[in-house]
Design a binder for this molecule. Structure first.
Ligand code: NAP
Length: 350
């Protein structure tokens, strides 16, 4: 039996990984969200977990390992915010411990690991896993989805998108542009269009001198969906000027565009300008808060409804074909997989 938490007013949460997003989630749980208490923290570097506890004034225990935290009796639910390669092991332990799990993207880094997760969850027989695809909690994307669903643009023909980061970490690789960056688009376009990808071409573009050695930056991902929609995504992770996400949906009767976050406009020295945000934390701040608050609320009533493990699997699955295209320099066909009924009934992509 899953640990009985329905009826409780406070979800006792354990957070694994106290790097950038782990600390963000600790901060939002400690300061802004309701119905939650962070009672356990762990990181491969125990000092980092202890520092997070003191920085955010938590009444929490620092665990030696993620697995110890998962087993801890006081922990009702887990947030996994450690590096991608560690996700599968922690998710599988969490399912075995029958605890609700929120795992940052990616669900796992290989197709085999994703399959093991969806098999374990189905064997258990109830959804326990949610993936951190926060864009579907963003009001701007929700509005775009409604416009598409209400057929305001007629049939959708194509999407022009861009994912730009100010600068990439030194160790960022061309493959990570797919697994860490493009993966958000791979998920959000399935969700927006309720459609599956059938081909991908990864195209290198004239290299910027601002990228670390060995990194192909920028790149284009050209995707085609089952219904014939074409999507081009510019991936530019050293664009210098700020963090920027673009999405223009072109239909036969009109065009809808994702707005940037509102910013105060300044007039000075015969110029008008406004600020561009520098990081993803601020661009999607509200979406992250809603995503984690809804996860908390749903754990408390015992039914997860957010992005499921199938969505996580599909993003990693398509990413593998993108990597193949990047390596071979050619278009690659993507076989469409049938979604198991288990995931259809609980969490349809529409
Ligand atoms: P990060 O700053 O490197 O933090 C990851 C933390 O996990 C580091 O403190 C790392 O320690 C620790 N760690 C590594 N192996 C561990 C293990 N076996 N057990 C426990 N802790 C371990 O990375 P991040 O940017 O926060 O990203 C973390 C995850 O969130 C990644 O999967 C990333 O893709 C995802 N993410 C999602 C979004 C989003 O928009 N949804 C945004 C950012 C990140 P060391 O540094 O010592 O290795």
């Amino acid at each position: 039996m899953i640990k009985q938490i329905s009826g409780n007013k406070t979800l006792k949460i354990g957070i694994i990984g106290t790097g950038a997003i782990g600390q963000d989630h600790i901060k939002r749980c400690a300061n802004f969200l309701s119905g939650v208490e962070v009672v356990a923290v762990s990181d491969i570097d125990k000092k980092s977990a202890q520092n997070a506890i003191s920085t955010y004034g938590l009444d929490a225990k620092a665990y030696e390992s993620g697995n110890d935290l998962i087993q801890a009796k006081e922990v009702d639910a887990i947030i996994i915010a450690s590096s991608g390669k560690t996700h599968a092991e922690y998710i599988l332990s969490g399912i075995e411990a029958k605890k609700f799990i929120f795992c940052e993207k990616p669900l796992a880094t290989t197709i085999e690991e994703c399959q093991a997760i969806i098999e374990a969850e189905q064997t258990y027989g109830k959804r326990l896993v949610q993936v951190g695809f926060m864009r579907s909690y963003d009001r701007r994307y929700q509005e775009l989805k409604k416009i598409i669903q209400d057929k305001k643009l007629g049939q959708i023909l194509m999407i022009h998108a861009a994912h730009r980061n100010q600068e990439s970490p030194e160790n960022f690789t061309s493959e990570m542009v797919i697994t860490d960056t493009l993966i958000h688009e791979l998920d959000i376009f399935r969700w927006l269009l309720n459609d599956e990808f059938v081909t991908v071409s990864m195209i290198p573009i004239r290299k910027t001198s601002k990228a670390p050695k060995g990194l192909q930056d920028p790149q284009f991902a050209l995707l085609e969906t089952q219904s014939g929609i074409r999507i081009n995504v510019e991936l530019f992770v050293n664009c210098q000027y700020g963090y920027d996400i673009k999405c223009e949906i072109v239909g036969e009767e009109g065009v809808a565009s994702l707005p940037a976050p509102a910013a105060v406009s300044i007039c000075q020295h015969e110029k008008r300008y406004d600020q561009i945000l520098a990081n993803w934390q601020d661009w999607f701040l509200e979406a992250y808060n809603i995503e984690i608050q809804e996860f908390i609320n749903e754990c408390l009533v015992g039914k997860l409804q957010g992005p499921d493990a199938w969505r996580g699997y599909m993003a990693t699955y398509v990413a593998e074909f993108c990597i193949e295209s990047q390596k071979k320099g050619q278009e690659i066909a993507i076989p469409v997989l049938k979604c198991p009924d288990f995931y259809r009934s609980d969490n349809k992509i529409e």
